[in-house]
Every structure is written in structure tokens, then in C-alpha cells.
Ligand binder design. Structure first.
Ligand SMILES: Cc1cc2nc3c(=O)[nH]c(=O)nc-3n(C[C@H](O)[C@H](O)[C@H](O)COP(=O)(O)OP(=O)(O)OC[C@H]3O[C@@H](n4cnc5c(N)ncnc54)[C@H](O)[C@@H]3O)c2cc1C
Length: 479
């Protein structure tokens, strides 16, 4: 219905509220169901089978208020807002993006000026889902221009702003390519007075509040893609069981079977990702890598899966008489919203390095005494004093095991009897001045990497020490 009429399904959202599903992540003392992120994801997945406007409005309402107040709100704020949210009396929205601020959310330009017991907000927000539909808006604004606050990411503050606050208005509603019927648009803040009590987590905590909310958002956002995936498989199977070509149902064609198999395995993989991340959040574990991975993989799989489902259905799949083409139009926004998939890669790279740091330490490599080839070892390194000769020999030994690689400061330290950085730096710099060592200095000017130059290798050991040939080699080839 929504697809044809473009009318937001308010009656269905009221039904969701009546069932208490807005309270999935809210504890019972505030009138919630306490089913956690897992519960919120299950509800979102099921709603997304019905219509994306419904599931997105529901999911965004959860991102816009619940998580932020639950984690960072004062007891007074929790008692004021959470019971109303749990009963579905207030729908929420989250306002980060601005006309000139997208992926670089730290650059928010909307300002918050403190005046007595109020903050005064000025600026604009863009692409806000539930714009106009929502009653409360979690708005992130710049509350400090000080460089030291910006450097520490303490220049933003989160506020709850209510519909009807003077100076707060809907500037524009977008004509979207997908998510039919869902209001999304720009908001204007013109000298909007917000009581300091509506500030979440205190002045300067906006970035922290935003980041914590984003993990929750990415998981629930991903769960809203699972419903259309299931519906696409259902449509493609039912259709191809009933469609005959070359005297047999098209589901019997191996190419269609292979597509359906990939669709099903894609769905199963995505569900594992979503519910694993949801479970970690429910266990209060840091799930930034898992949540971002879910958002990235599920949205990319979604696009492929829906496209394949349409292919299985042929021309009919691309008509508006089946829901799949509208799912396909939603595929793009799934790769953009809640942080683009390029930004997800940045987050996964940075946070993944930290999360996996124990597994990523390079095992020490050395030449095996009998085999004469490089092997990795967990045996502790033999220690040496810091002298020019020892350091040069160490770098030459490393050349044998890792030709082409520099040694890190930590690799060298591991082999020293004394952890004296300044003595090590002086020694390395002296070797550098003699042309025996080449150093790489990182951004802060510290020595990060070192290797022996060809001259250094020659000084450390005679050429025969570096020679090695496989036994099968024709000896005529050696000179
Ligand atoms: C339908 C819809 C609903 C939305 N709902 C909300 C909402 O409710 N609340 C809200 O606050 N926002 C919302 N957004 C905004 C959404 O979060 C942003 O669109 C998104 O973060 C990207 O910002 P941008 O569109 O300005 O793209 P830009 O940041 O301008 O990025 C443009 C391109 O450059 C790439 N890029 C940018 N920076 C980097 C980088 N450092 N490295 C690599 N690539 C990079 C991006 O991946 C993208 O491909 C919504 C957007 C849409 C389309």
C-alpha cells in the first residue's frame, strides 16, 4: 500500500507502539521489555518484511533517544523520557548530518551557545529520517570553538530537542529514490532555546554519545535489511516454481538454483553477523568492529541478493507489481546511511588493528640452524647490549630472515638487555651518520624503523654469510 500511496503507515507504527515494541531495549523499571539489542533487531527484521518506511521509522526512533538517554542520561532524563518512548508516545530522530557535514561528523557547524540555564541552537541539519514525524530529536551541536576541545573531541554536545520548540522547523522534505513514504528532510534551528536539562551526557560529551549510539544504530540498521532479503528469496522461489520455460519450472534451471543458493547463504551469513553483533552489545562488549562489519557486509550482500532475485524472476521482477525493484532502490541508501561503507572500512581498519593487536604482533623470524632457512619462532630472543657492532649485527641477521624489511623499534628493543631508548637512538643515529644504517622517522620525528645499508651489511659480515642456495640447484649456476 505505502509503495503506491506514498503515505506513511501511521496505523502500523501505532500498532507497534501498542505492542510495546518501542521498549525492546528499555529496562522494565522504565516501562520497557528489556529484550536488548537482539530484541530490537528481531522486531526491526520482521517489520522490514512489511515495509521499509515502517522499519526505518521504528529503527531510527530507537537510535534517536533511547540508546543515548539509556547510556548517558541522568536519572531524571531516564524517568522523563524512557517510559514515553517505551509506550511509543514519542517517536525519535537523530540529527548529525548537515548541508556541509557528512562523513566528517566531527566538523558539525550547528552551534550551541550557553545562556543561563539554556543552550541556544543555531544551524541546519540535513537528510534527517523521521523529520516532521518525530516528536524528539537528538541534535548534535558545536558547543566549543577551542582548539584543545576539538583536539580531544570535546567540542560537541548532544541535546534532546522537542517538536514545537520556537525557532525549530522543518525546512524541506526530500523526494527519495527509495524508502517510499518515509519522511526524510532538512531541519532549521533559529535561536532555538533548549533547557540545559535536555543536554545528554553533559557539555562536550557529544562525540562520545554519538559514537556509542552508532554501534547500536549500525546493528539495528543492518537488521532492517534482513526482511527484504527474506522476502526476495520467498518471491524468487515461489515465482520460479510457477514459471515454465523450456518445458520445466525455471527453479529447475541450474543457474537459477545457483543464484538461490547464493542468496540463501548470503542471508544466513548476514543474520549471523547481525545477531552476533547484537549479542555482543547486549553483553556490554565493545562491538565496534562487529557492528561496522555487519553494516558493511549486510548492505553489500543485500544489493547483490536483491539483484539476483530479480534476475531469477526475469522481467516481472523489475516491474513495480512485485516488491523487489523497490528493495533494489533501497540498496543504495543502505550503503550510505549510518556511515558509508567506505567509512565503515576506515572504522574497521582502525578499530580492527586495536581489537586484534594481540594476534597481529609479528612472530620473530630467525635462520634455522640446521635448515639454514628463515622460520618463525616464539622462543625468546637472545639479548645484547647496545653497541654499534651489536646493533649492526642484529640488523644484518634480520636481513637474512626478512630481506626487504626494516626492523621496528620494538623488534630491536626485544633483543636488548637494557631498555634505554635514548642510548639506542644515539647509537642508531651514529650508525646512520656513517652510512651503515638507514632510518625511517615517523610523524612525530621518532625513529620508527631501521635497516642496515648495503655498506652496513658488508661491514657486519662477509658475503659468504649471506649466501644460500637450495640443494636441488645445479651447482653450475652458482658463481
Ligand atoms: C535516506 C537517508 C537517510 C539518512 N538519515 C539520516 C539521519 O536520520 N540522521 C543523520 O544524521 N543523517 C542521516 N543520513 C545522512 C547519512 O548518514 C550521510 O548521507 C552519510 O553519512 C554520508 O554523508 P554524505 O551523504 O554527506 O556523503 P559525503 O560524506 O560527502 O561522502 C561522499 C563520498 O565520499 C566518501 N568519503 C567521505 N569521506 C571519506 C573518507 N574519509 N574516506 C573514504 N571515503 C570517504 C563517502 O563514502 C561517499 O562515497 C541519511 C542519509 C540518507 C541518504
Amino acid at each position: 500500500m505505502t509503495f503506491w500511496t506514498k503515505k506513511f503507515p501511521s496505523d502500523l507504527l501505532k500498532e507497534v507502539a501498542r505492542k510495546g515494541w518501542f521498549g525492546t531495549v528499555i529496562p522494565p523499571e522504565y516501562g520497557g521489555l528489556d529484550t536488548g539489542v537482539t530484541g530490537a533487531s528481531i522486531v526491526t527484521e520482521e517489520l522490514s518484511r512489511v515495509c521499509s518506511a515502517l522499519s526505518e521509522a521504528y529503527a531510527v526512533s530507537m537510535f534517536g533517544g533511547v540508546e543515548q538517554v539509556l547510556t548517558f542520561g541522568t536519572e531524571e532524563q531516564k524517568h522523563n523520557w524512557l517510559p514515553k518512548i517505551a509506550k511509543g508516545q514519542i517517536v525519535g530522530a537523530v540529527c548529525i548530518t548537515e548541508p556541509f557535514v557528512g562523513s566528517d561528523a566531527a566538523g558539525i557547524e550547528t552551534t550551541a551557545r550557553k545562556e543561563g540555564d539554556n543552550y541556544v541552537l543555531n544551524g541546519k541539519k540535513r537528510f534527517i529520517t523521521n523529520a516532521g514525524l518525530a516528536d524528539t530529536y537528538v541534535v548534535y551541536a558545536r558547543s566549543s570553538e577551542k582548539k584543545e576541545d576539538k583536539d580531544k573531541y570535546q567540542h560537541l554536545t548532544a541535546f534532546l530537542v522537542h517538536r514545537g520548540t520556537p525557532g525549530f522547523s522543518v525546512e524541506k522534505i526530500n523526494e527519495l529514490s527509495g524508502w517510499i513514504g518515509l519522511p526524510n528532510g532538512s531541519l532549521d534551528f533559529d535561536e532555538v532555546r533548549v533547557p540545559a536539562n535536555n543536554c545528554i551526557g553533559g557539555e562536550g560529551a557529544g562525540w562520545k554519545v554519538m559514537m556509542a549510539g552508532l554501534n547500536f544504530e549500525r546493528v539495528v540498521y543492518s537488521s532492517a535489511m534482513l526482511g527484504p532479503m527474506r522476502e526476495s528469496i520467498r518471491n524468487a522461489v515461489a515465482y520460479s516454481q510457477r514459471r515454465l520455460q523450456f518445458d520445466k519450472p525455471t527453479i529447475d534451471l541450474p543457474t537459477n538454483q545457483a543464484k538461490l543458493a547464493e542468496m540463501m547463504s548470503g542471508l544466513y551469513t548476514c543474520r549471523l553477523l547481525v545477531y552476533h553483533a547484537a549479542h555482543l552489545l547486549d553483553e556490554h562488549k565493545d562491538a565496534i568492529v562487529e557492528a561496522s562489519t555487519a553494516k558493511m557486509i549486510v548492505s553489500d550482500t543485500y544489493e547483490r541478493l536483491i539483484s539476483d532475485a530479480i534476475q531469477v524472476m526475469g522481467g516481472d521482477g523489475w516491474t513495480r507489481f512485485y516488491p523487489l525493484e523497490s528493495f533494489l532502490r533501497d540498496a543504495k541508501v543502505n550503503q550510505i546511511g549510518a556511515g558509508t561503507n567506505q567509512v565503515m572500512r576506515l572504522v574497521i581498519f582502525r578499530s580492527g588493528l586495536k581489537a586484534m593487536s594481540k594476534d597481529l604482533k609479528m612472530l620473530r623470524r630467525q635462520i634455522h640452524k640446521k635448515l639454514g632457512v628463515p622460520i618463525s619462532t616464539t622462543e625468546p630472543a637472545s639479548k645484547q647490549d647496545i653497541t654499534e657492532e651489536n646493533i649492526l649485527t642484529m640488523l644484518a641477521e634480520d636481513y637474512l630472515a626478512n630481506p626487504g624489511l626494516y626492523m621496528t623499534r620494538e623488534d630491536i628493543r626485544e633483543k636488548l638487555t637494557e631498555p634505554d631508548d635514548s642510548k639506542l637512538y644515539r647509537t642508531l643515529e651514529s650508525l646512520e651518520s656513517k652510512g651503515l644504517v638507514k632510518l625511517y622517522r615517523g610523524r612525530k620525528g621518532a625513529i620508527d624503523l631501521a635497516k642496515a645499508t648495503y655498506g652496513g651489511l658488508r661491514k657486519a659480515a662477509p658475503l659468504k654469510e649471506y649466501k644460500w642456495y637450495p640443494e636441488w640447484l645445479n651447482k653450475d649456476f652458482i658463481f
